[in-house]
Design a protein around this ligand. Structure first.
Ligand code: PRP
Ligand code: URA
Length: 209
């Protein structure tokens, strides 16, 4: 069974409150999503392996640690996942970014794929799938399956908000994928929106409503 990490650091929780608030406009919403993604990336990368190298400080030679050449891939689920990419790239600038385009059919709530462009070496990378919302879990499970079909072996999922239903589905379909969220909300409403949630993440990021 995969692990669920709720990243309840006070800075994340503070910013999340303003992300949720309907009074927050698109500019501030985008900035906050980027900042929270940056803070979450700090935790998501906690298990990255280190290696020792020798350096010379102004005082003496010593051994010091650096990341051991880990290859990371950030995979935003379009559109809303795009809002999380820059915050992660700030911390992991060598990561490559692969895009998976999925939208949720408003009637069936089933994910529909419309775009995919991935790094060529997906099987060798540690992938972080990002999407602000894990609602029914349909989009995330489809994106993860898609990556596995392309040979991906190491995948984490990072979302701002999750509904219990979405977590359950990802854990059932992908027990090898650990999930990182800033909060787990109460439930889904009859339209499949997270309650209390933040509304439609894509529309709020890009001002399309
Ligand atoms: C939203 C969100 C997720 C999906 C979550 O995307 O960004 O991708 O819904 O719902 P699920 O867990 O029930 O699949 P949406 O389909 O609205 O597309 P958009 O990002 O283009 O706005
Ligand atoms: N997608 C969103 O953007 N918001 C939700 O609450 C659920 C799915």
């Amino acid at each position: 069974m995969s692990k669920v990490h709720v990243l309840d650091h006070p800075l994340i929780q503070h910013k999340l409150t303003y992300i949720r608030d309907e009074k927050t406009g698109a500019k501030e919403f985008r900035e906050l999503v980027e900042e929270v993604s940056n803070l979450m990336a700090y935790e998501v990368s906690r298990d990255f392996p280190l290696q020792e190298i020798e350096i010379t400080t102004p005082v003496k030679k010593c051994k010091a640690k650096v990341l051991s050449g880990k290859k990371v891939g950030i995979i935003p689920i379009l559109r809303a996942g795009l809002g999380m990419v820059n915050g992660i790239l700030e911390l992991i600038p060598a990561a490559k970014v692969g895009h998976v385009g999925l939208y949720r059919d408003p009637d069936t709530l089933q994910p529909v794929e419309y775009y995919c462009k991935l790094p060529t070496d997906v099987p060798e990378r540690d992938l972080i799938v990002v999407d602000p919302m894990l609602a029914t879990g349909g989009s995330a499970t489809a994106a993860i399956q898609f990556l596995k079909d392309k040979g991906a072996k190491s995948i984490k999922l990072m979302c701002l908000l999750a509904a219990p239903e979405g977590i359950e589905l990802v854990q059932k379909d992908h027990p090898d994928v650990n999930i990182f969220v800033a909060a787990i909300d109460e439930k889904l409403n009859e339209k499949g929106y997270i309650v209390p949630g933040l509304g439609d993440a894509g529309d709020r990021l890009y001002g399309t409503k």
